[in-house]
Design a protein around this ligand. Structure first.
Ligand code: PLP
Length: 417
């Protein structure tokens, strides 16, 4: 099919050309005296994205699932009690992984479309007088339902119960797109993957561990070899890895972190919010509902859009793919067929997303869903135009100028100017 495939699954996301070029490298000796400058730079830049001072990032040649496993096996023993909330396929899979590692997971079942309930977490922890629960597991952004949880509120619930449990957070589809405050929220183990907000191919599982979490390694009896933090800590100290690193991924990561910092993290978050809000306006104009039950749960990285009763979301997705070269995200597990998802994260702007909205609209009409032609993109367009940044000067703005302009606009919006 001519033209580009429009990739709007919520990961993998579009890899910027700059990152692709940065990954196009000859192999080199990863034990040379020059090599450490690459990983050491990555560790310090990653800490800025996690917003941590004392946390320690680990980069595994893996995926988000590997990151889940690393977080668990380095800090826990079989039989340990955990508290976890299940409200979508990814929170389910993480619970499943912990159970298969022999952990005893107390599951709080939450309606799909809602996020982590701080009050129920508080209640469960307050009832755990002997502090048998060793960790609380929360998925920051449930990609299956387009729901973002308030991790800060979960931390407050843990503190209010005066409970020492570690806080384990999956931000696989959040980090680098949504604000993440490891230190402020007291996150002990933060997990992500490379193929979403970090704008890389899949291939890295990244975990950031607090000093408190690292302190529990010695007592943790889960088996670990490949994912052992200990081997990583020893090798990483000098800027090396305990095994052969995925070199192109590391060069790509360096470039993607540079891109994020050039735009400015706060601007990245604001851009994701604008793109997501435009999508939500489109969904409303179509007369459809999100899977997320209320605005407090709306995700700025993925919208899961319910199809009307009698229609199958998989038909919309298949039509969009085969007829319009547009990849939309599928409904998973319990919501299979009931929805389709638009991923709006990573290297993305309004016009790219407008293409996806038009494609989704055409595919919906093709399968018989009654939506007014052009209604979705018109609603998104109205919103995006009304919230657009000031016009950059002719000749294009330097990134720093664009950032200053965006900050000034945000400041003006805050004071109501
Ligand atoms: N957690 C969340 C929230 C995800 O969206 C995904 C994948 O989409 C995963 C974990 C698993 O990550 P991976 O597929 O990289 O193993």
């Amino acid at each position: 099919m001519p033209g580009r495939n429009h990739l709007f699954v919520p990961g993998p996301t579009n890899v910027p050309d700059r990152v692709l070029r940065a990954m196009h490298v000859a192999m080199e000796d990863h034990r040379s005296s020059k090599f450490p400058e690459l990983p050491l730079g990555l560790f310090s830049e990653l800490k800025k994205v996690f917003k941590t001072r004392d946390g320690q990032p680990f980069i595994f040649p893996a995926t988000g699932t590997g990151g889940w496993e690393a977080a668990i096996v380095n800090t826990r023993s079989p039989g340990d009690k955990m508290l976890a909330c299940r409200f979508g396929q990814f929170s389910h899979l993480w619970i499943d992984l912990a159970q298969r590692q022999g952990l005893d997971v107390q599951v709080l079942e939450v309606e799909w479309g809602e996020g982590a309930p701080p009050e129920r977490i508080h209640e469960a922890l307050a009832a755990d007088k002997n502090h048998e629960i060793k960790g609380v597991m929360v998925v920051h952004n449930e990609t299956a339902t387009g729901v973002t949880s308030d991790v800060g509120a979960v931390r407050k619930a843990i503190d209010a119960a005066k409970h020492p449990a570690l806080l384990y957070v999956d931000s696989v589809s959040g980090l680098g797109s949504l604000d993440f405050r490891m230190d402020e929220w007291g996150v002990d183990l933060a997990v992500t993957g490379s193929q979403k907000g970090l704008m890389l191919p899949a291939g890295l599982g990244i975990v950031c561990a607090s000093q408190k979490a690292l302190g529990q390694r010695a007592a943790a009896k889960c088996h670990r070899v490949f994912f052992d933090f200990g081997d990583m800590i020893t090798a990483n100290a000098g800027g090396y890895f305990p095994y052969t690193p995925a070199l192109p991924m590391l060069y790509g990561l360096r470039e993607s972190l540079t891109i994020l910092h050039e735009e400015g993290l706060e601007n990245v978050f604001a851009r994701h919010h604008r793109l997501a809000e435009g999508t939500r306006r489109a969904v409303k104009a179509w007369g459809l509902e999100l899977c997320a039950k209320a605005p407090q749960w709306y995700s700025d990285t993925v919208s899961a859009i319910m199809v009307p009763p009698g229609f199958n979301g998989a038909d919309v997705i298949d039509t969009a793919y085969r007829r319009y070269n547009l990849a939309l995200g599928a409904g998973l597990a319990r919501v299979a067929g009931k929805l389709f998802r638009i991923g709006h994260l990573g290297d993305l702007n309004e016009l790219m997303l407008a293409g996806a909205l038009v494609g989704a609209e055409m595919a919906m009409r093709d399968v018989g869903i009654q939506v007014t032609p052009g209604s979705g993109v018109a609603a998104a367009e109205e919103y995006w135009r009304s919230t657009a940044a000031p016009l950059p000067p002719k000749g294009g703005a330097a990134p720093a100028d664009a950032q200053k302009a965006a900050e000034a606009k945000q400041a003006r919006a805050k004071v109501g100017a």
